[in-house]
Design a binder for this molecule. Structure first.
Ligand code: ADP
Length: 535
């Protein structure tokens, strides 16, 4: 605090804002940030790989999530620290761009931070470390391109794709059914993929789940499911060659915009009103029938009156269908969403080979399947499972598998998993370090050591001796000049990842290295942290 006087000589007190805040600067700030980042990475480390542990979260209202997916773990954690939030963002970016490798990227960033801390203690300037890391990451990314292999597959030869998706699923809780789920994911991606343009629109794949049944009952539906049933129990449960009117207008008499009052004091008046209403309904149903619709899908409700009439007129209908589903139905069936009955025309109707209502188990749950659609590109993966947690985790795992298949269609180069690619990069970066005369060589060397973090974590999580396993694999790679050797997590008996069919996509691995380096550089460049003191 300081006392000062204004131009009229009146005293006033200046409160220094800085005193209300805590401030860390220089090496102290960097160390604090590094330890925050490492704390997050330490949490994820045990979840890496096929033998990684799962995490359980309980939300304040009692919801429980059990997961192994890095991005989800971090999303569920309530992190307060800004640097820790950067790590959460890191995992999220990997998830957005690639969809897989969300744990690995954080583990790698944690290792880079750990190495940076050592270098800082040895008195190397953070900018030097950041520059060294940048060079090393470029070397690693180029090296990955050199060791990457082309991956041949086609619509008739989907086995290689299935194998890759299986690698992704093998570290998840759904491991038990990985073959079936991988096949479903690959078929789903291929049916929406544009192989010529190498593009996949994952929005066309809807992942739905319903509690009940077994995980093995999960199926791929070439069409769409809607969690709704026919609006009247006596309507037909199955419609072949359906012509679908997709409506966003309700089956009800129009509502006047201004307030008004109707006095009904005689029976006649009531009957006239009823007749009027009936006429509206008749008219609406007739309009649908006139254009040739055999099924009506409506975003809004129907009056019981309308429902009854629809049933009588033999026009099956579904009500309360959500906007997103409505759009998907329109895309899949090649129909148009119609906002007014007057605008209905035969061309705007969607077409589907089969629409059926399916009921499940002993519950009254019903779903509508819309299959063999005009544009068969929209598909649905329908997950069954014992409980909600299982279904949610399966959805996340399938998302990863879908992303892996999509990435391979975009770029069909792969590198080997199980830490093999990281070890190979580590060797290459280590060798390159000696060629740099400046201080950067220490940072480049440290980067090489950090790359070992992934295989070390994989070995540790599988109950192997981490350092011994790593050095054995590393020397094997050097001796045989073969980048396929990794950590034999599942005790298969060989550590040749090519034989074990453990692949990862090249772009996924490259993205991991680039993103982790970027975040670590950003953290290293912060040398002043000013935060509110109650923080
Ligand atoms: P992420 O969220 O980063 O994908 P995962 O928990 O899925 O994390 O673990 C992926 C790591 O596990 C990758 O490094 C991958 O190569 C490795 N991995 C997966 N399956 C196997 C396996 N069967 N043997 C050895 N390593 C494996």
């Amino acid at each position: 605090m300081a006392l000062a006087f204004d131009e009229y000589g009146r005293p006033f007190i200046i409160l220094k804002e800085q005193e209300q805040k805590t401030r860390l600067s220089g090496l102290e700030a960097q160390k604090a940030n590094i330890s925050a980042g490492r704390a997050v990475s330490r949490i994820l480390r045990t979840s890496l790989g096929p033998k990684g542990m799962d995490k359980m979260f309980q939300s304040p209202d009692g919801d429980v999530t059990i997961t192994n997916d890095g991005a989800t773990i971090l999303e569920q954690m309530d992190v307060d620290n800004q640097i820790a939030k950067l790590m959460v963002e890191l995992s999220r970016s990997q998830d957005y761009e690639i969809g897989d490798g969300t744990t690995g990227v954080v583990v790698m960033a944690g290792a880079l931070l750990e190495q940076a801390e050592r270098l800082l203690e040895r008195g190397i300037h953070p900018i030097r470390i950041a520059e060294g890391y940048e060079m090393a990451s470029r070397i690693a990314v180029e090296h990955l391109e050199r060791i990457a292999q082309k991956f041949d597959f086609g619509p008739t030869n989907i086995e290689p794709l299935v194998q890759t998706c299986m690698t992704t699923l093998s570290s998840k809780i759904v491991n038990r059914c990985k073959r079936a789920l991988a096949e479903i994911s690959v078929k789903a991606v291929l049916s929406v993929a544009d192989l010529e343009r190498k593009d996949v629109n994952l929005d066309l794949i809807k992942v739905e789940g319903k509690v009940g049944g077994k995980l093995e009952d999960t199926e791929l539906i070439y069409g769409i499911t809607v969690d709704k049933d026919m609006s009247h129990p006596q309507m037909p449960k199955q419609i072949e060659d359906a012509k679908i009117a997709i409506l966003t207008c309700p089956f009800e008499p129009p509502k006047p915009k201004t307030k008004h009052k109707v006095d009904i004091d005689t029976v006649e008046k009531f009957q006239t009103l009823r007749q009027q209403e009936q006429m509206y309904f008749d008219d609406m149903v007739q309009k649908c029938k006139d254009v040739g619709a055999t099924l009506v899908i409506c975003q809004w409700r129907f009056d019981d009156e309308a429902n009854h009439l629809l049933m009588h007129q033999n026009l099956p209908a579904v009500r309360w269908v959500g906007g997103v589903e409505l759009e998907l139905i329109a895309i899949a069936t090649g129909g148009r969403i119609v906002p007014r009955f007057q605008e209905l025309t035969p061309e705007k109707l969607g077409r589907a080979g089969l629409v059926r209502e399916k009921s499940f188990g002993t519950t009254k749950d019903k779903m509508l399947y819309i299959e063999h659609c005009a544009d068969s590109r929209a598909v649905t993966i329908f997950i069954r499972g014992g409980n909600k947690m299982m279904i949610e985790e399966t959805k996340r795992s399938i998302h990863d598998a879908l992303c892996v298949a999509r990435n391979l269609i975009r770029n069909n180069f792969i590198v080997y998993g199980g830490g093999a690619a990281e070890i190979s990069c580590s060797i290459a970066v280590e060798a390159a370090a000696d060629k740099y005369p400046g201080v950067e060589q220490y940072a480049i060397g440290a980067f090489a050591d950090a790359l070992d973090a992934v295989p070390v974590a994989l070995a540790e999580n599988s109950g192997l001796q981490p350092i011994e396993t790593l050095s054995a694999v590393k020397s094997q790679q050097i001796k045989e000049n073969n980048p396929h050797f990794g950590i034999d997590c599942n005790d298969v008996g060989t550590n040749d990842m090519c034989e074990q069919n453990v692949f990862e996509t090249l772009i996924g691995k490259q993205q991991q290295i680039l993103l982790a380096t970027q975040v670590v550089k950003m953290i290293l460049k912060i040398d002043d942290v000013i935060s509110p003191s109650d923080y």
